[in-house]
Design a protein around this ligand. Structure first.
Ligand code: TYD
Length: 144
């Protein structure tokens, strides 16, 4: 696995058309503002206050997370340091590269978390135990 770092993840401004009284329109498009080809879209909603989601990393998968409604916090961890992002804008996407542990919490009422993913659902791509995640980071560090 590539030795990815927090610096490899970024907040991306998504093209937005403001139609004044007709509302806003935001676009996510392969090859322009999404830095990978999107093969899957899923969304989290009706997350009760106090619940957290995520709690895993991926071996190969890229994801981009957008708070299309409401707000929540995404905490990223590369095994060395952590950084939290409060996502509360429908036109900002957080690109998460493979090899980053993520936790999502502090969901506001009515929050909708849209996730664009670079591949289909493959359980074997998940690392779901934090100890295994740290082991994988140590292994890739020693082979870099
Ligand atoms: P899980 O990864 O635990 O959700 P989160 O990380 O957001 O807390 O997924 C919850 C369930 O949904 C689990 O049984 C796997 C299933 N699932 C799919 O079948 N396809 C998908 O694309 C995703 C993301 C999850």
């Amino acid at each position: 696995m590539k030795q990815s770092r927090l610096e490899d993840c970024s907040l991306i401004s998504l093209d937005t058309f403001n139609h004044n009284r007709r509302g806003n329109l935001t676009v996510c498009e392969n090859g322009s503002n999404v830095p990978f080809d999107v093969k899957r879209v899923y969304y989290l909603y009706d997350v009760p206050g106090g619940e957290s989601r995520g709690g895993h990393s991926h071996k190969e998968l890229h994801e981009m997370i957008v708070a299309v409604s409401g707000s929540f916090t995404v905490t990223l961890d590369d095994g060395s340091e952590k950084r939290s992002y409060l996502l509360n804008r429908s036109n900002k996407g957080l690109h998460i590269v493979p090899g980053i542990w993520r936790e999502l919490d502090d969901f506001s009422s009515g929050a909708v978390c849209l996730v664009l993913a670079s591949d289909k659902y493959v359980e074997a791509d998940y690392i779901r135990l934090y100890e295994d995640f740290l082991l994988s980071k140590n292994q890739s560090r020693s082979t870099d």
